[in-house]
Design a protein around this ligand. Structure first.
Ligand SMILES: [Zn+2]
Length: 381
């Protein structure tokens, strides 16, 4: 039985660390391909690149087109090859970072992930999630190594949209329940090996930090201030969740998220984390854990304002046929749902998706829950 633990070589987090970017990057290369989307170029990547230039690092600018697809990866790889870059840097959200990891793999250079939102697990992971040009989940791409550097400026995160931080919290909330399920079944992590005690401990700590600090961190984000609670949640969303999923393993929650991408329509407007929220609740229903735990999670998702009903994921009018598409994609061969401790069919997934909606309705009526009560707990913007 082989255990494996992987991680980025260096993780740096703090207020204004982007102002020291050159010091960290120059150890890795002196001709950088810097990739960010149009918005992120204006908000952060221009200043980041200026800092690199101050430190004597040349910059090749590229604008990310929005999807982590094979076409986009090939386009950026060609650009990097033509300019002979020796380090690849991505600034932005999960899709940008997943793309630069693939580009660096093709170019055989170090890669730097500089997330400007704390919304997903991409920055630390040694893998990318590949989508079609239309945004449907296609496959996971695995690399020989994790990023050489992850650099997170919490002042930039504090100014990022509230919805992205909450999405990251949701993505991170799935980490422990998925890692726990993988461990219970003696199944494998993302590297195809057994989880280490370290991987499990990180995933479990991730959950604790989220329940302790998510609400004050959201408040800080809304006021655009950096507090210790915000720092804790940025670390939970990025480092603990990133290592927790890669070294602890994924289960049903992310497979069901991938299942949702089989559908067209408004569900596409949900973020990764919002779809994962419903996937995580669906996994909890499938696991049939003691009712207290399901209630604890439902209550927390409601306070966070995450989607917990079919209506909120735009599936209230979905036909059984459509839901079976989700179930079939979620249980496709190779999906992480097969790392769960028990077998799950497409039909089981469909029943549990409907189960979440029913349980949440019941929870709301027993707890007198309304939109107003949510607003009292958490001033939404
Ligand atoms: Zn995720």
């Amino acid at each position: 039985m082989e255990k494996v633990f992987v991680s980025p070589s260096r993780y740096v987090q703090g207020k204004d660390v982007f102002k020291k970017a050159d010091q960290y990057v120059k150890k890795l290369g002196d001709l950088a391909l810097v990739v960010a989307d149009e918005t992120v170029w204006k908000a952060a990547a221009e200043a980041f690149s200026a800092q690199l230039k101050k430190g004597g690092i040349e910059v090749v600018k590229e604008v990310f087109q929005g999807e982590c697809s094979i076409n986009e990866i090939n386009r950026l790889t060609e650009s990097g090859k033509a300019k002979k870059v020796n380090v690849v840097i991505g600034l932005g959200g999960g899709k940008t970072l997943d793309t630069v990891k693939a580009v660096a793999d093709h170019l055989d250079t170090p890669v730097v992930c500089a997330p400007t939102v704390a919304s997903a697990d991409a920055p630390t992971a040694g893998l990318s999630v590949i989508y079609t040009d239309d945004g449907a989940f296609e496959s996971y791409l695995f690399y020989d190594k994790n990023p050489e550097l992850v650099i997170v400026d919490t002042r930039i995160i504090a100014e990022s949209p509230h919805r992205m931080l909450v999405s990251g919290i949701s993505d991170a909330l799935a980490t422990w329940i998925e890692a726990r399920a993988v461990a219970e079944g003696h199944n494998n992590t993302m590297s195809g090996k057994q989880p280490t005690l370290a991987g499990k401990a990180i995933a479990e700590t991730c959950e604790k930090v989220l329940f302790d600090y998510a609400l004050p961190a959201i408040e800080a984000n809304q006021k655009k201030i950096v507090t210790p609670a915000l720092e804790a949640i940025v670390e939970a969303n990025t480092l603990l969740s990133g290592l927790g999923f890669e070294d602890g393993g994924l289960g049903a929650a992310h497979a069901i998220h991938n299942g949702f991408t089989a559908l067209t329509g408004d569900i596409h407007h949900l973020t990764h984390g919002e779809k994962v929220a419903y996937g995580a609740l669906t996994q909890l229903v499938l696991e049939n854990k003691p009712f207290d735990e399901l209630e604890r999670y439902i209550g927390f998702y409601l306070k966070l304002g995450l989607p917990t009903s079919l209506k909120e994921i735009h599936l209230e009018k979905a036909t059984d046929e459509e839901l079976y598409k989700v179930g079939e994609k979620a249980t496709a061969p190779g999906e992480t749902i097969h790392q769960m401790p028990f077998a799950i069919t497409a039909d089981d997934v469909v029943q549990a998706i409907k189960g979440v909606d029913a349980y949440v309705k019941d929870y709301k009526s027993r707890h007198g829950w309304s939109v107003e009560s949510k607003k009292e707990l958490l001033a939404m913007d």
